[in-house]
Design a protein around this ligand. Structure first.
Ligand SMILES: [Ca+2]
Ligand SMILES: [Ca+2]
Ligand SMILES: [Ca+2]
Length: 173
């Protein structure tokens, strides 16, 4: 009887192990969190890392949800997911969860789908300098949640808090 229980526990651990391979990888240039990033205390309880020029990759098919988290700019910034829709900055600070976009994505680069839009419609695509991400302290790992953080002037003041989108990744149903 005991052996059966151990077997069940091992099976459960195997399932968890498989789930851990699911996630999002973020590449970019690590930099210190700017002192004037007004959201620095809201990115989660553990240590986190800011990456500029962020580039996102999915390791497995996933449901990815993009939720408007906050904004500091007071500008008309926006965030677009190609084929799904656009979130428009609501010009209040947050943090709070507001409108969201969600879709099923294949494994591979997410960059072709993602862009912020700054003042005058300036497009700030994934991988470009003003497109940042805040990830948990183990930046090189796979993540279930990251934050996309815009510097809407493309590096003008470098505070990366002008428009913030929370990204949540769950296994494809
Ligand atoms: Ca700021
Ligand atoms: Ca800025
Ligand atoms: Ca700002």
């Amino acid at each position: 009887m005991r052996r059966v229980c151990v077997g069940a526990a091992v099976a459960a651990m195997t399932v968890l192990g498989a789930a851990e391979a699911q996630g999002i990888r973020v590449d970019g240039t690590p930099r210190a969190m700017p002192a004037d990033n007004d959201f620095a205390g809201y990115f989660g309880s553990g240590p986190s890392v800011l990456l500029s020029g962020a580039s996102l990759t999915l390791t497995a098919p996933a449901q990815v949800t993009f939720t408007e988290f906050g904004a500091e700019s007071g500008n008309d910034n926006a965030f677009s997911v190609a084929g799904i829709g656009t979130l428009a900055e609501q010009r209040d600070f947050g943090p709070r969860l507001r409108s969201e976009l969600s879709g099923l994505f294949p494994p591979g680069p997410l960059d072709p789908y993602l862009a912020f839009f700054g003042e005058s419609g300036l497009r700030i695509a994934a991988g470009s300098p003003g497109f940042g991400a805040v990830v948990p302290g183990d930046a090189a790992g796979l993540h279930a949640r990251v934050f996309l953080v815009l510097d809407d002037a493309g590096g003008d003041d470098g505070d990366f808090d002008d428009y913030i989108i929370r990204v949540d990744v769950t296994p494809a149903p």
